[in-house]
Ligand binder design. Structure first.
Ligand code: JB3
Length: 213
């Protein structure tokens, strides 16, 4: 039988993951967060306010779900909690939405999260990485750990993405590109060149020609 889940984080990302877990018949033992934002969807699961409350559960009695999201300038907590509880002997669930479409050759890792309507061809996704709603990950892509591929991003074939990379919503990375650790790709960017570590790729500025005849 699947173990009950302890959910770390009680905000927007938790809301999406919890819907998937309930749809799949999961049992939510408790949500661990200083504050809960979406109490209705959390259906009366216990609320634990401190991360240290996790230690009240034996590591082999529950599965953790890392429901702390990740934004470009606010991505460390997700990784910190993953490392903290892994080193204490806990394990994290890998969550895949029923509406995501995955090739049988996809290789996922612990705490990877594939959100609704994402499409993954044969590719590899590292630990604790989020593939958010409607993102497309093409064949032979390799994505490292602690990355966030935001909603609607398109990663074309044979792209290589390091660790702790953020690819913003709706960005397109063309085939064969390498994106090094810690890089940030702004929402709506079209990436046609390799990106070095911790670099930031900004989208093109809008160009508007008024009233031409
Ligand atoms: O872009 C998309 C589609 N999703 C974003 C996601 C990837 O990242 C989303 O829009 C959010 O911006 C972000 O989601 P997240 O992390 O759910 O953010 P927020 O809605 O602000 O909720 C943060 C939750 O983390 C709250 O419930 C906080 O109480 C909780 N929290 C803060 N510090 C913590 C801690 N929880 C634990 N367990 N430990 C902490 O130290």
């Amino acid at each position: 039988m699947t173990k009950p889940f302890l959910i770390l984080g009680g905000g927007g990302h938790a809301r999406v993951l919890i819907e998937t877990l309930y749809d799949q018949g999961g049992v939510i033992e408790a949500i661990v967060a200083p504050e809960l934002r979406h109490v209705r969807e959390f259906k009366g699961a216990k609320h634990l306010r401190h991360d240290s409350d996790v230690e009240g559960y034996q590591p082999d009695s529950i599965k953790l779900v890392n429901a702390i999201g990740s934004l470009p300038n606010d991505a460390k907590l997700r990784e910190q909690l993953f490392k903290r509880f892994k080193s204490a002997g806990y394990s994290f669930a890998t969550v895949v939405s029923d509406t995501a479409t995955l090739s049988k050759y996809v290789q996922l890792s612990e705490s990877t999260q594939i959100l609704p309507r994402a499409i993954l061809n044969a590719c590899q996704v590292g630990v604790n990485t989020i593939i958010n709603t409607g993102a497309i990950i093409e064949h032979d892509v390799i994505i490292g750990s602690n990355c966030h591929i935001a909603p609607g991003a398109v990663i074309c074939g044979s792209v290589s993405i390091g660790d702790n990379v953020h690819i913003g919503a709706g960005a397109i990375v063309i085939q064969g590109i390498t994106i090094a650790d810690g890089a940030i790709v702004g929402a709506g960017s079209i990436v046609k060149k390799d990106l070095s570590a911790t670099s930031v790729h900004y989208p093109a500025k809008p160009f508007i020609r008024e009233g031409s005849e």
